[in-house]
Design a protein around this ligand. Structure first.
Ligand code: GLN
Length: 492
């Protein structure tokens, strides 16, 4: 069985035609994972028994001629910050090492109802904080396209699992780029939906006003299929909405798609202006040449096929990173307060020692959280503290509105925006760990999208060598536009 080119679409066709059984394929995935993942380290845990059981049920249903969902039997892997009832869910943190989820995240419930099979939970940066998966408390994940390099982050395990054919597709979460950047580094497709399109219920929160769950897949078509199944309003997430999603992104009308006008924001391409600025007195690397070339070639190809482009401006782009690194840690500091050793995160080493409440807090959090999580808690409580709140947090909220406004203005002129995903292709393991600022800069092109709550997809260009993707940003709830252009691109 060729697991390499197995997409959701192909799996479904083969299953329905009885070319294989869901059980056989699931088994084949575990065989491959057991050898391949020793090198890659994409999975934190496998759930072989449950997966094989679920696959058997799908096969039985198929044999009894019931009509199956397109996701029936599809072997998926799930980022370890999304809850699956009864399974350990750690968010790659020591503090949750023994935490067993007591309910299903809404996305999981939807996938279960559609008969999807879960192969296991994937590695990530602790609590989704990072851009390389090097912040996992448990293991490193290597980039399947070059094992000396990082897979990106924080959904590095999910992207690596798809790129190494160890899952048909996966779910990740994206707060500032964590689906798109690892998809970009590993040469696969990653979709961050519009804020509110997918329920966050059962996602271990990082920064609640920015987080979204989304698919990582081999094709744009698969991303559309998976997104359709996980989206929709959920009474357990008041920020979720019922958008009018028809079937247009499953069967795009390419005549309409070809008429979409694509904007190129000059701030994302002019290197010295912001990407290669001086930060803290240090020169930072801007948009790298190969990336620029690969994205430019994609633009030229789209132009040749008749797409209309227009230069636009997103003036406040240069403030996005600073704005994010105030708002995100503020929300982080509130969200991770629940991991205190009492409500969540009881660690075995503090049990039964007769410690005071304060000592339990200090010991649990001191030992349970990694360095990056602590850094963000400190930053977050600082920007929220009285005296600094106005100077930082409330100012950042205003800047966020301005960034949003820039996009709104741009979307009066164009339908879709095309940009690079990251300033560089995948970097070497260890290359940026000693300098958090360098790491933060990885998300310079993805963060504005989260601040504005927009949908965006990362799609591989056709460049040789290390994978390089391009990003398509759409209007709110217009996933159909970006997925439509993406599907056109992958078919032509
Ligand atoms: N790399 C970014 C950060 O560390 C984004 C993380 C994410 O999207 N979860 O904050």
């Amino acid at each position: 069985m060729d697991l390499k080119n197995l997409t959701i679409k192909k799996f479904n066709e083969g299953l329905v035609k009885k070319e294989f059984s869901a059980f056989e394929i699931t088994k084949a995935f575990f065989d491959l994972i057991k050898s391949r993942d020793k090198e890659i380290g994409a999975y934190l845990r496998l759930s072989e028994n449950t997966a094989l059981e679920r696959a058997k049920i799908v096969d039985a249903e198929l044999n009894s001629n019931s009509k199956l969902s397109i996701l029936a039997g599809i072997p998926l892997a799930i980022k370890d910050n999304i809850l699956i009832k009864g399974e350990i869910t750690t968010a790659a943190s020591k503090i949750l090492e023994n935490y067993k989820a007591s309910y299903d995240a809404t996305v999981i419930k939807k996938l279960k109802n559609n008969g999807a099979v879960f192969l296991g939970k994937t590695n990530m940066d602790e609590f989704a904080m990072g851009s390389s998966t090097e912040n996992s408390a448990f293991q490193k994940t290597r980039n399947p396209r070059d094992s000396e390099r990082v897979p990106g982050g924080s959904s590095g395990g999910s992207a690596a699992a798809v790129a190494a054919d160890m899952a048909v597709a996966t779910l990740g979460s994206d707060t500032g780029g964590s689906i798109r950047q690892p998809a970009n580094f590993c040469g696969v497709v990653g979709l961050k939906p519009t804020y509110g399109a997918v329920s966050r219920y059962g996602l271990i929160a990082m920064a609640s006003s920015l987080d979204q769950i989304g698919p990582i897949t081999k094709t744009v078509e698969d991303a559309a299929i998976l997104f359709k199944e996980i989206s929709g309003r959920d009474k357990f997430d008041v920020t979720s909405v019922d958008a009018e999603y028809g079937d247009e992104f499953l069967n795009p009308d390419f005549n309409k798609i070809k008429k979409l006008k694509i904007g190129l924001p000059k701030e994302y391409f002019t290197v010295p202006d912001f990407a290669s600025d001086e930060v803290d007195g240090r020169r930072v690397e801007g948009l790298n040449k190969e990336t620029q070339k690969a994205v430019q070639e994609t633009i030229e190809n789209l132009k040749k096929s008749g797409f209309e482009f227009k230069e636009i401006s997103l003036l406040r782009t240069k403030y996005a990173l600073s704005c994010y690194y105030i708002i995100m840690p503020a929300e982080v500091s509130a969200n991770v307060a629940r991991f205190d050793g009492i409500r969540y995160g009881q660690m075995s080493n503090v049990k039964g020692q007769g410690l005071s409440l304060k000592d339990i807090y200090l010991k649990t959090r001191g030992e349970g959280f990694g360095e990056e999580v602590k850094r963000r808690i400190i930053l977050g409580t600082f920007v929220l503290s009285s005296g600094y709140y106005d100077a930082y947090y409330s100012k950042a909220q205003k800047v966020r509105q301005m960034i949003k406004h820039d996009f709104e203005k741009a979307f009066q002129e164009v339908d879709v925006i095309l940009t690079p995903v990251s300033p560089t292709p995948a970097f070497k393991i260890g290359e940026k760990t000693s300098d958090p600022l360098q790491m933060y800069l990885e998300d310079i092109f993805t963060i504005p999208v989260n601040l504005a709550g927009l949908p965006a997809v990362s799609i591989p260009t056709r460049t040789k060598g290390l994978p390089i993707g391009f990003q398509l940003i759409g209007k709110h709830f217009r996933e159909a536009d970006i997925l439509g252009i993406g599907q056109w691109y992958e078919r032509n």
